[in-house]
Design a protein around this ligand. Structure first.
Ligand SMILES: Nc1ncnc2c1ncn2[C@@H]1O[C@H](COP(=O)(O)OP(=O)(O)OP(=O)(O)O)[C@@H](O)[C@H]1O
Length: 265
């Protein structure tokens, strides 16, 4: 496997109201080309900051130390073209007054240089690929006419429209109910495999991350706590913090099982 991105001693500090908040501290690891890597950790652990740093989208006021290298690239990749983003809330990334078709077509026009008819044809194909029912009417729909899960499918179609090498899904399923969440995870997995994309799946949910990722990186307070193959992280974590995250899940899962056996016993 080749290295897609090499992150070394990455440190990010935000300035807020005259004080400084350290969001990432001396983070070093490699993202391998074509892998599915999950970034997990509690709220505030620095996951989104890491995603923004990788995409070159950190606010100008942040202080950045360390290095981020892309060995296979002459120039750093461009967010939106070489790196696709899917966020938690599709309503925030979709324009409420523009049709779904135009939003996806616009990405293809901007980054692939397609004329409108070709860009719309591409948008239609993408809507089929993300399994929106009736792609022709979906092209003409406005975001508010779609369900939360459908909007997230549209956001995914727009994120992959320019054929990115890296897809970053930042809590992309957190606002959805469990069944839709599983469908969206399956969709992301399929699209990444079909297009040979590297996937960075950011989540606070270690169980969900384990379903999808080949490797898991655990973050806490802006630091990389441990990184390894999913089976190793889940089966034999070396860090107490990772064990605590796993135990929290087992605890949640175990309770209904216990109640059921009490009822039937
Ligand atoms: N633009 C900003 N200005 C100042 N501080 C920020 C900014 N963005 C994030 N932070 C702070 O940096 C730290 C890391 O935040 P970050 O959003 O990266 O974590 P996270 O793990 O993605 O959390 P969440 O899951 O809640 O989004 C937090 O303490 C947060 O309050």
């Amino acid at each position: 496997m080749t290295v897609l991105a090499s992150i070394r001693d990455l440190t990010v500090t935000y300035r807020r109201d005259g004080s400084e908040v350290a969001a990432l501290k001396d983070v070093s690891f490699d993202i391998m080309a074509g892998e599915r890597l999950a970034i997990i950790g509690e709220s505030g652990s620095g996951k989104s900051t890491l995603a923004l740093a990788i995409a070159g989208l950190l606010p100008a006021s942040s202080l950045v130390g360390g290095r981020l290298e892309w060995p296979g690239h002459g120039q750093p990749p461009l967010g939106g073209r070489d790196i696709g983003f899917v966020f938690q809330d599709p309503s925030a990334s979709l324009d409420p007054v523009m049709t779904v078709g135009k939003q996806i077509a616009e990405v293809a026009r901007t980054h692939l240089g397609l004329a409108w008819p070709q860009a719309y044809a591409k948008a239609r194909t993408l809507l089929q690929r993300v399994h929106l029912p009736d792609p022709d009417s979906a092209l003409r729909a406005f975001p508010h006419q779609l369900s939360g899960g459908q909007k997230q499918r549209v956001a995914i179609a727009a994120a992959i429209a320019a054929g990115p090498k890296l897809l970053i899904a930042d809590e992309a399923t957190s606002a959805l109910d469990t069944i839709v969440q599983a469908e969206i995870v399956a969709l992301i997995r399929r699209l990444a495999a079909e297009d040979g994309m590297t996937l960075l799946f950011i989540s606070h949910d270690i169980a969900l991350a384990a379903e999808l990722a080949e490797r898991i990186a655990v973050f806490r307070h802006g630091q990389l706590v441990e990184l390894g193959a999913t089976a190793r992280i889940v089966g034999a974590p070396t860090q107490t913090y990772t064990r605590a995250l796993l135990d929290a899940h087992i605890g949640l899962d175990a309770e209904p099982l216990l109640n059921r056996s009490e009822l039937h016993g």
